[in-house]
Write a protein that binds this ligand. Structure first.
Ligand SMILES: [Zn+2]
Length: 584
């Protein structure tokens, strides 16, 4: 078993290091809260930035330490206690932050533009963004009221949704035994090798929703209604405009990308129809076979083999990429195998302020495990590029969050296809296309669905039947004749938690952006563009300091033009053509 080592963050919750930092943090937050801001822009802005940065330099490692501990040990009561404590301390940062933002907004653009110290020059984008976003702030009282009501309103609806779906269970017969399965377990059977199991799991899943559909619909109506109201009060045209703004994007870019995705839908339908044919279906693929394996590949990797494979191929890109992954392995930043109490999935967390990352995997030796490892180490490389960044500039927007991860995943997937025999190549290729189909076609259906719900919610709550119909319509519009129109999934809104976050609306198109942007960059790399590696590193560094359009422009990419998106989609199209040929 390979556990990650968290002791270089803190030896334990009880340690002096942890307890002293926590005590210091509380004092620093009080100081920040008591800070009064005067007339001198440069002097006062510097004081605020220094104090806020000192707070963040402690609160990040403290809370990440608690979260990481919890993620591999869900019954750890001490971790749960400190997650709560640190969450409340985090909430105390809102008031001074809003106060500072309103203070910044009083100054004109020239004042911000004319700052002279290195510290403030580095924070220029941050300050300009604060000023711009201040236009969408409400009065202090309204902001406090809204954030408190969010806790007991939209966020409570969201918790209800998680509880209902988390506790939903159904009886299912597997290998001759009747078992009680959770929703996640049922949904995971979509990739089972046995066609009959996949179909029954889908039918069981759909039937199970009837127990919770009314409550989940109420939660969705509550959240979407809240967002419609608050978004309008803040002065946004719609929740979509607000989401695009918060993603540091613009509508021209979003339109160009969505337009290109729509143009290429027939290509994905071609893949779906081929997959349907391979699995013996006549009228397109039934929803329950979207994740079906098309051949049996027993490509397995030991953890060491996976590590070596990833390191080798990272080295083919750059020594620095390889070194960043090597450091993650050498310093025990990776938690490898699944175990009891450890959460599912995989993630990478930056230990902001400490120049470290941690990667959680649930590695079981499958090929997916290798690409996931590459993906998460790609995130770690993005963090690596930001190790020296200022505390207030630690965050990058959602659309750019998956750039480095998908880029690394692509490096490793392409290398694997090159080394594979025909069956293995077909398997890897199909996995990759299956994933892209989710990120392009399914994501587009979620985008259309969410827009419909926001629009309709203006007139009143949507009934369960209306929600089901809206989902089916969205799936028809995107999957088209690629799927069997009689076997769609009318309840996809009930199982995806993304619709239930009032803070992150349209938590869908950023995924498509991430995939297509990374593929577009990869295409540039393959063309042998000079200085690619240096430019790419700079691009990752820019992700916290610029709007998305400007980050891309640094590489000569115009994301507001459909051509860029079509070219990225062209890479998936080539894969699909290759797949069609391999399966002829
Ligand atoms: Zn990721």
């Amino acid at each position: 078993m390979t556990y990650w080592d968290l002791t270089s963050i803190y030896p334990s919750f009880e340690s002096d290091a942890f307890q002293d930092d926590l005590a210091t943090l509380k004092t620093l937050i009080e100081e920040l809260d008591a800070l009064s801001l005067g007339d001198d822009f440069e002097k006062n802005a510097t004081t605020y930035i220094e104090k806020a940065s000192a707070v963040l330099k402690l609160i990040y490692p403290l809370s990440i330490y608690a979260h990481l501990t919890f993620s591999v040990d869900s019954s750890n009561q001490t971790a749960i206690k400190y997650i709560d404590t640190l969450g409340m301390l985090q909430a105390q940062l809102a008031a001074p932050a809003v106060k500072f933002q309103k203070w910044v907004a009083q100054f004109d653009d020239n004042t911000i533009d004319a700052v002279t110290s290195d510290l403030l020059i580095d924070h220029k984008f941050f300050l300009q963004e604060l000023k711009q976003n201040a236009a969408y702030l409400l009065s202090n009282q309204e902001e406090v009221l809204l954030s408190k009501l969010r806790q007991v309103g939209a966020n409570a609806w969201s918790d209800l949704m998680s509880k209902l779906t988390g506790n939903l269970q159904a009886e299912f017969e597997l290998n001759g035994k009747t078992e009680t399965l959770t929703l996640t377990m049922l949904r995971n059977l979509a990739s089972n090798k046995d066609a009959a199991v996949r179909k029954r799991a889908y039918q069981t899943e759909l039937a199970a929703y009837s127990k919770i559909e009314e409550s989940i619909a109420a939660a969705l109506n509550g959240i979407k209604g809240d967002v419609n109201i608050t978004s309008e009060m803040r002065g946004f045209d719609s929740p979509l405009t607000e989401s695009v703004h918060n993603s540091r994007l613009d509508l021209a870019t979003l339109d160009a990308m969505i337009g290109a995705m729509q143009d290429k839908l027939p290509v994905f339908r071609k893949y779906l129809k081929r997959k349907a044919k391979l699995l013996g279906h006549k009228n397109g693929l039934p929803f329950y076979d979207l994740f079906a394996p098309i051949n049996e590949s027993d490509m397995t990797y030991s953890y060491d083999e996976a590590k070596q494979f990833v390191l080798e191929n990272f080295a083919s890109f750059s020594e620095e990429l390889k070194n960043s992954a090597q450091k993650a392995f050498d310093d025990n930043w990776v938690d490898v195998e699944p175990r009891k109490g450890k959460r599912g999935g995989a993630f990478c967390a930056p230990i902001i302020g400490r120049q470290q990352s941690r990667v959680m995997l649930n590695f079981t030796g499958s090929f997916d495990g290798v690409t996931t490892m590459a993906h998460e180490l790609g995130h770690a490389y993005h963090n690596w590029q930001l190790f020296d960044e200022h505390m207030l500039l630690a965050a990058y927007p959602m659309p750019l969050a998956e750039t480095a991860s998908i880029f690394c995943e692509t490096i490793v997937t392409n290398a694997a296809i090159k080394n594979a025999n025909k069956d293995e190549a077909t398997y890897i290729l199909e996995k990759s296309i299956m994933n892209s189909t989710q990120v392009i076609v399914d994501i587009l259906s979620r985008f259309i669905f969410e827009k419909t719900v926001f629009d309709s919610r203006q007139q009143g709550p949507l009934s369960v039947d209306m929600l089901k119909q809206a989902m089916l319509d969205a799936q028809m519009q995107t999957y088209g004749d690629g799927l069997d129109k009689d076997v769609l999934h009318p309840y996809m809104w009930a199982c995806k938690s993304h619709y239930y976050s009032a803070e992150n609306n349209y938590y869908n198109y950023p995924y498509a952006f991430g995939l297509l942007f990374a593929l577009g960059l990869y295409a540039e790399y393959q063309k042998g563009r000079p200085n690619f590696v240096a430019d790419y590193n700079q691009l990752l560094k820019n992700t916290t300091r610029m709007n998305v359009k400007d980050v891309a422009a640094g590489m000569g990419i115009d994301v507001t033009k459909k051509d860029f998106w079509l070219a990225s989609l062209g890479i998936v199209e080539q894969q699909i053509e290759q797949f069609i040929e391999l399966t002829n």
